[in-house]
Design a protein around this ligand. Structure first.
Ligand code: TYD
Ligand code: MG
Length: 455
């Protein structure tokens, strides 16, 4: 009979070792390995130990329950990212870099929900109550009926929640929470995991919605909200460039709505202001048509968003020239550079390439390929594209242009913003006649010939 052996787990990185040692091989931390009791496997040592379980109730797929009653905060951008309002007993993680504005956003959101009649609690583990009250005053939220607590002890927080039974609680942040049953420093993976697990279980069993704030470092480690992602229903990331006033709340996972939905906010002295028309905002800094700029008609979640892709191409003094990419997938950029070189005969060797999406939005759709190529070519040839032109389409490795979804929505948005011509892939299906001059092209070689007279 094999005796189940104990596991030794590193409290820093979660790696499992067969025996104790002073230093974790996986993360290099000292004195971080603790013994964990093995899972009980019953007397026979077989899985489940032969004991019988209860037979579970099975149902059909047919729809029986009414959809969950959702509460709207009235902050339309926030509600949209949640998938159309807050679902009761849901667990939400809001991640983002320190200082990006998470506490501000959630204080505004919790106040909005409280004003809609939800019983709301805001627990800060990072700031003293006085600090949060000062922020609330600055944001004009001092009169919102939110109960405020400053605490990091998870046991005390759970006891309070049990007594208060709120509809919604915000925990700012999960890294500061400290569960006394786990012997590890606050912010370590085991603490974060334990605290998140306790809070999410509480949310599910008591019908309380919980929003967890999580810090992400640039490397995406240490802070460790990644381990929390699979425990919660919804994962939102709050992103933006420091020094830019735009902030984007992006749903990367949502059990109650479409993922990849975005909400756009603008930072102001009085807090985050909603941006109802992001395209107009992202294009607002566009001046006269300049070489290296192309307007991409994109889709973010369920709505069209126009963005300006900017490229700069300059002779390089480096043996391996620079490829600096902000807001686009750098793997995609390399692929398109390779396609331009080998299929269109336009070399980028010996040239530094800089690419950027104006306004700080991340554009990850393959539909951006053609606009990206257009910006690169326009910069390289020093020829400006027409100011009223939008572009979209995916580029295949053979340089063919592939149609992309929701072409109509993209064109409609462009038309609304005053664009009058579009370049798109030849197979694009359009139901109605667009009110714009459309140029449908089969491949990148034709595009280069058309736009730049090379080919
Ligand atoms: P904060 O919400 O504390 O960021 P986080 O919780 O993500 O660390 O915001 C950081 C700072 O920015 C804070 O000093 C307040 C300021 N700020 C504004 O002045 N206006 C705004 O609209 C936002 C979002 C932040
Ligand atoms: Mg904060």
């Amino acid at each position: 009979m094999a005796k189940a052996s104990a596991n030794f787990t590193c409290t820093g990185c979660g790696a499992v070792h067969r025996k104790w040692s002073g230093r974790c091989d996986a993360c290099g931390a000292w004195n971080s390995i603790v013994e964990e009791a093995p899972l009980s496997t019953g007397p026979a040592g077989k899985s489940l130990g032969g004991a019988k379980g209860r037979r579970i109730d099975l149902t059909t797929l047919a729809h029986e329950e009414a959809p969950p009653p959702r509460t709207l905060s009235g902050m339309a951008e926030f509600d949209r990212v949640l998938g159309g309002g807050l679902v009761p007993a849901s667990a939400i993680l809001v991640g983002g870099d320190p200082g990006i504005g998470k506490s501000t956003l959630l204080l505004q959101a919790v106040a909005a929900f409280a004003r809609k009649g939800l019983k709301c609690l805001y627990i800060s583990g990072e700031e003293a109550s006085a600090q949060v009250r000062m922020r609330a005053l600055r944001l004009g939220l001092a009169d919102a009926p939110v109960s405020l607590g400053a605490e990091t002890n998870l046991r005390d927080i759970l006891t309070t929640l049990e007594a208060e039974r709120p509809d919604l609680v915000v925990i700012d942040s999960i890294q500061t929470m400290w569960a006394d049953m786990v012997e590890a420093a606050p912010g370590s993976v085991s603490q974060v995991r334990a605290a998140a697990h306790e809070l999410v279980s509480f949310a599910k069993s008591r019908g309380v919605s919980v929003i967890l704030v999580g810090h992400v470092t640039k490397e995406g480690q240490i802070a460790g909200p990644r381990v929390v992602e699979h425990m919660v229903d919804t994962v939102l990331y709050f992103e933006g460039e420091r020094g830019h006033q735009f902030r984007i709340l992006r749903a990367v996972k949502n059990r109650f709505g479409p993922a990849s939905e975005i909400g756009v906010f603008e930072m102001t002295g009085g807090g985050l202001a909603e941006v109802a028309n992001p395209s107009a905002l992202f294009l607002s800094e566009r001046g006269q048509p300049a070489p290296g700029s192309a307007v991409f008609a994109g889709i973010e979640g369920t709505r069209p968003v126009l963005t300006e892709i900017q490229a700069l191409v300059a002779p390089s003094s480096l043996a391996s020239p620079r490829r600096t990419v902000v807001g686009l997938d750098s793997g995609r950029v390399s692929t398109i550079l390779a396609v331009l070189e080998s299929r269109c005969g336009i070399p980028f060797a010996g040239l530094d390439v800089f690419l950027n999406v104006a306004g700080g939005l991340k554009v990850l759709e393959p539909a951006a390929d053609l606009a990206l190529a257009a910006a690169l070519l326009s910069a390289r040839e020093d020829v400006a594209l027409p100011a009223d032109l939008v572009i979209f389409g995916e580029i295949s490795l053979s340089a063919a242009l592939r149609p992309v979804g929701q072409a109509e929505n993209r064109l409609k948005e462009a038309e609304k913003l005053g664009f009058s011509q579009a370049i798109l892939p030849v197979g694009t299906k359009l139901e109605g006649g667009a009110g714009m001059a459309l140029r449908k092209l089969p491949d990148l070689v034709t595009f280069v010939g058309d736009m730049f007279g090379a080919g």
